[in-house]
Design a protein around this ligand. Structure first.
Ligand code: NAP
Ligand code: ZN
Ligand code: ZN
Length: 349
């Protein structure tokens, strides 16, 4: 066991602060990673504040992890010491259910083991501890190869925000000839804009923040609409083939469903703690579909990283020291993130 510096939430209301945790010794299939950067996802905030229930304190968040491999187990061939490595939202799963067998570990029928706040499958009593820490030990099979040609701090958010938006774009084969609406320009939203535009789609950002228009266009959006304006909403009626909804708070889904063309699909990525009602007629009219999508499997996450390396796609980030995290959460709640906070883990030493 090795003692590791970390930052943790101690209950749902108190600010996060320093914490020391222990990582397991490196097993034969494990890699040990010195964490260099960790992105800050809105899911971290939901879980720290126990908005989804089930929080186990002390809770060390962080599932957008990049770093250098410092040790490998003797059965590991995928990595050697000194390689870059990434860890996303989960670190284990059952490995034998149909979803695991199909490389869709995020939908493991026994439940994936989240990178933090999850019960471990190896019998260890403590919950998993995430990336707001200086080191992590993960099974190499659940660890990603990180391309060397990208800026590391800007790669970290790809491990959650990147794959979460890439996966539905691939699943629904979004590309040239499609009109796509992205609801919410935050961490997920800005990656959805970059990725959908890179795949050839015509992209509209649907935002509550007028001041984000210039950024939206620089990120690759072709159009921008303020959703607080009822006339704007009316003007977009029956416009989109796909809508990707990344909003973190309850909002009126029916208003967006009305913007889908006949047979259009709205994909929910945002996970607000409270449900939002859907009127039957929002779907019945126009044979519309409402779907959801959860992050992505290991193989698809690797695909996404390689795709981003090839197309030079990275997150737009504000790099912060770890002791800024409580302020970062407050800014995130106000939609004031341009467009992902990333913790420089050197600040933890
Ligand atoms: P974020 O950076 O905080 O972005 C959310 C954006 O939603 C905000 O920037 C804002 O954009 C918009 N928004 C916030 N409150 C709103 C409201 N009341 N009404 C309308 N729009 C609002 O969050 P994130 O990290 O991208 O995460 C977004 C959500 O996705 C969270 O719920 C998170 O837990 C979830 N998530 C899901 C998955 C998955 O696998 N499905 C993975 C990761 C995260 P504008 O200023 O442009 O309006
Ligand atoms: Zn996340
Ligand atoms: Zn499984």
């Amino acid at each position: 066991m090795t003692a590791i510096n970390a930052y943790a939430a101690f209950d749902a209301k108190a600010p996060l602060g320093p914490f020391t945790l222990e990582r397991r010794e490196v097993g034969e299939n494990d890699v040990q990673i010195e964490i260099l950067y960790c992105g800050v996802c809105h899911s971290d905030l939901h879980q720290v504040r126990n908005e989804w229930g089930g929080a186990m304190y002390p809770l060390v968040p962080g599932h957008e992890i990049v770093g250098r491999v410092t040790k490998v187990g003797n059965q590991v061939s995928k990595f050697k010491e000194g390689d870059l490595a990434g860890v996303g939202c989960f670190v284990d799963s059952c490995r034998h259910c149909p979803s695991c067998q199909e490389g869709l570990e995020q939908y493991c029928e026994e439940g994936m083991v989240g990178t933090y706040n999850s019960k471990q499958r190896n019998g260890r009593p403590e919950p998993t501890y995430g990336g707001y820490s200086s080191q992590i030990v993960v099974d190499a099979a659940y660890t990603l190869k990180v391309p060397e040609n990208l800026e590391l701090s800007r790669v970290a958010p790809l491990l959650c925000a990147g794959i979460t938006t890439y996966s539905p774009l691939r699943q629904w084969k979004v590309g040239a000839g499609h009109r796509v609406g992205i609801v919410g320009l935050g961490g997920l939203g800005h990656m959805a804009v970059k990725l959908a535009a890179s795949m050839g789609a015509d992209v509209t950002v649907l935002s509550t923040s007028p001041e984000k228009e210039k950024d939206a266009r620089e990120l690759g959006a072709h159009h921008f609409a303020i959703t607080k304006d009822k006339d704007v909403l009316k003007g977009l009626s029956r416009t989109f083939d796909f809508i990707i909804d990344t909003v973190s708070a309850p909002h009126d889904l029916n208003a967006y469903l009305g913007m889908l063309k006949r047979d259009g699909t709205m994909i929910l990525l945002g996970a607000p703690p409270e449900p939002s009602p859907v009127a039957g007629f929002s779907l019945i009219n126009g044979r519309r579909r409402l779907a959801g999508s959860l992050i992505g499997g290991i193989a698809e996450t690797q695909d996404m990283l390689d795709y981003c390396a090839e197309h030079n796609i990275m997150s737009d980030v504000e790099v912060i020291p770890v002791d800024y995290i409580n302020e970062a959460y407050e800014r995130m709640l106000k939609g004031d993130v341009k467009y992902r906070f990333v913790i420089d883990m050197a600040s933890l030493k």
